[in-house]
Each structure stands twice: as C-alpha cells, then as structure tokens.
Design a protein around this ligand. Structure first.
Ligand SMILES: [Zn+2]
Length: 216
C-alpha cells in the first residue's frame, strides 16, 4: 500500500473509532490530514464519521485545489486556518462531542484557558485551549478567529458547537481531541464538588518537563 493509501485508511479507521464511541454523532465532525506532497485529504461534506469511504475523501493538491474525491466539508476554512498558521500541523479534527460542548455553555467558562487543570495529559496534549465565541456553521469568520491566534494554540473550542484540534499527524490530533473531551467530561462530572485541581506549581512542572506549548 502507498503512503497515501495508508493515510486514507487511517483517517477512516480513526474517524469510525470516534463515531463508535459516541464522540460525534450523525454526519457531524470533520477531519483532514496532510499528504506527503503537501496536499490534503479531507472528509467530504455531509458524511458520517462512522462510514467514511477512503476512496472518496476530498483530495487537495499543495496549491489548495480540489483534484479528486467528493466535495469537502463546509468547515474547510477552519482546517486551512490551522495549516496556514501552524507549520507543525499534519492533521486537524473537529467533533461535536457532548461534554466539551456542555462545558462551553457554562456561564463561568474561561475563554483563555477553557479546560480546568484536572489531569496531566489534558495539559501535555493540548496546551492552553482557547474558547472561541459562537459562529454559524460554515461561517468563514471561524477560520479568521483561528488565524487571529497566530498559530499559538493547537486546540480551540467553538462555543455551543465543538472542539477543533491540530496535531503533528492524524493519530496525535485524534488523541489530543479525545483528551479534550475526557477532561471536559471530568470537569462536568466534578462540577460543584470542589475537586482538587493541579496546583500552579504542578502545572508549571508539567509544562517544563514535557516542553508543553503554553501560550502565556
Ligand atoms: Zn461542527
């Protein structure tokens, strides 16, 4: 199998795994990954993560022209905003995952640091997550908001909608967005129970030891 054929299979396998575990339902969510030639593979518009077809993924060349496959997700501007501002981005994933959305609805949600410091991996895999305001689906302003972060964040949360995470490759992006949802779930589970958060010193130690990108 060629590198691209393998990547196509991997995108569909990881998407199906997330769908099967209820991380995004129906035809929600979208996913993209860089190809070796500098192009992109993207989930087509209206498709379900449970049933992506490796042979029909939207294929862009390095100049951003659609050269093969079905019409891409309408959230393309969101994906290209990450690739254009983060040279390390090899993949981008967006989900409509229940607990992260729930946390974004809370009146005291922290815009600059969306996830509370509950576990080490939430910090190590995501850095500081930015909470962006609500946008209509497909609004190019979403992409503009990501560009406004100038590549300083690998993960954002779209309020009342869902998270978007960039990673060095497709597996890293999926692992990170799952960590985001798990941390949001813990936050909702322990809400109002006065949970013990990681202290400032513990957070700082993690950031230093694991060389976490932490936008201050
Ligand atoms: Zn969405």
């Amino acid at each position: 199998m060629t590198g691209e054929a393998k990547l196509r299979e991997q995108i569909c396998l990881l998407a199906k795994s997330m769908f099967d575990r209820g991380l995004t339902g129906g035809s929600t969510g979208n996913i993209s990954a860089r190809t070796e030639d500098g192009g992109l593979l993207v989930s087509p518009t209206g498709t379900s993560f449970g049933r992506l077809d490796p042979g029909r993924l939207s294929r862009f060349d390095a100049q951003g022209r659609l050269i093969d496959g079905d019409k891409p997700t309408k959230e393309m501007p969101l994906h290209t905003a990450f690739y254009d501002t983060r040279s390390t981005a090899g993949a981008v994933v967006h989900l409509h995952s229940c607990h992260s959305v729930a946390l974004s609805l809370m009146p005291d949600a922290d815009e600059d640091n969306f996830l509370p410091p509950l576990t080490p991996y939430g910090i190590m895999k995501l850095g500081k997550v930015k909470l962006l305001p609500f946008f209509l689906p497909g609004d190019p302003a979403m992409g503009e908001a990501v560009r406004g972060l100038a590549g300083k964040r690998s993960a954002v949360m779209l309020a009342n909608h869902g998270p978007v995470v960039a990673g060095k490759d497709i597996e890293a992006a999926c692992n990170a967005i799952e960590e985001l949802e798990d941390t949001a779930r813990l936050a909702m589970l322990t809400r109002g129970m006065n949970p013990r958060m990681l202290t400032e010193a513990e957070q700082q130690a993690l950031i230093t030891k694991f060389d976490v990108e932490w936008d201050v």
